[in-house]
Design a protein around this ligand. Structure first.
Ligand code: GLV
Ligand code: GLV
Length: 324
């Protein structure tokens, strides 16, 4: 069995993969180009890929009819054309669960950083600007009693809500479907329409997957509905936010600030956002802890091993879009 890995993965995962077949790992310290990807997968029974790899029917065809499984080392799988792969009999897997806490931690970190001006304060000191403590100096916004609006109350959204509850925030949420009553009551979370959420939240945090319905969910219109004092946090996928509209909205002070871990055209970032002190940016670090990245790679490797062994995948993504 030939297993193609598009970017280096932790050794723990390599051990599992080597037991399942002959492993080829890209030696590049960058994403493979689309041409390189099609070339690399030739003859593969399994592909372990990253969120920057676009895996569609053409890639599956380049691999050949023996391709059985594409294991994305990510919970999000908008980079994979799941229906096209399903048509070709290829199982797609993702890595839910293991990155929930790490991602919610980073989202909450961005929330604190932007509301308490941590990045701005850091830059002030590093620029050796003179300063002194005074009662009006670099004031931020408190969180206690404020409302967090969670768009998409899935696993990560719920983990974010738990953190916010500990900080004394009230939770409202919107999403395709209503959460279970026990989830709502544990979080004291109130379900609102998306518009109502935008209207009432002091912080809007995005935790929905990127789908055709959520692309540019936060656009000029949505920003116009948000409170002028509100903050936007995005740790899901960049294209859920219209980045140019966000820059426009921030310049017009339609909202107070943003904490962003993901971008529309990674690794690029809308340059105007980088000029703004009320924007905190991190380079797609949501799941970036040693523990979580190891778990993610291991889970992907176990998915490959299970499918190649003729067993069911641990985390199969179904073509109807439901996460297993
Ligand atoms: C990271 O962004 C993931 O989807 O796992
Ligand atoms: C703040 O630093 C305080 O001591 O109140």
């Amino acid at each position: 069995m030939r297993i193609v890995v598009t970017r280096r993965v932790p050794e723990a995962a390599m051990v599992v993969l080597r037991e399942a077949g002959e492993v080829w790992v890209s030696g590049e310290d960058r994403p493979l180009s689309p041409d390189e990807l099609r070339e690399a997968v030739r003859g593969a029974d399994a592909v372990v890929c990253m969120l920057h790899d676009r895996v569609d029917g053409a890639v599956a065809d380049a691999a050949g009819p023996q391709l059985k499984v594409v294991a994305n080392v990510a919970v999000g799988y908008d980079n994979i054309d799941v229906p096209a792969l399903a048509e070709r009999g290829v199982t797609v897997t993702n890595t839910p669960g293991v990155l929930t806490d790490a991602t919610a931690d980073l989202a909450f970190g961005l929330l604190l950083a932007v509301t308490r001006r941590i990045g701005e304060g850091e830059r002030l000191l590093r620029s050796r600007t003179p300063w002194s403590f005074h009662l009006g100096f670099m004031l931020g916004s408190g969180l206690q009693g404020k409302t967090l609006g969670i768009v998409g109350l899935g696993q990560i959204g719920q983990a974010m809500a738990h953190r916010a509850r500990a900080f004394g925030m009230r939770i409202v949420y919107s999403g395709r479907s209503r959460a279970k009553p026990e989830v709502e009551s544990a979080l004291h979370a109130e379900h609102l329409s998306f518009l109502e959420l935008l209207r009432t939240a002091d912080v809007v945090s995005l935790h929905c997957p990127l789908t055709p319905e959520t692309r540019h969910l936060i656009d000029a219109e949505a920003l116009g509905v948000m409170k002028h004092s509100a903050f936007l946090i995005n740790t899901t996928r960049g294209p859920v936010v219209d980045e140019a509209a966000l820059a426009d909205g921030l310049l017009r002070r339609e909202i107070a600030g943003a904490g962003l871990d993901v971008f529309e055209k990674e690794p690029e970032v809308e340059p105007r956002l980088l000029e703004m002190d009320n924007v905190v940016v991190t380079p797609h670090l949501g799941s970036a802890t040693v523990e979580t990245r190891t778990e993610m790679a291991l889970l992907a490797a176990r998915n490959v091993a299970a499918v190649l062994a003729g067993e069911g995948a641990v985390n199969e993504v179904r073509p109807d879009g439901d996460r297993s």
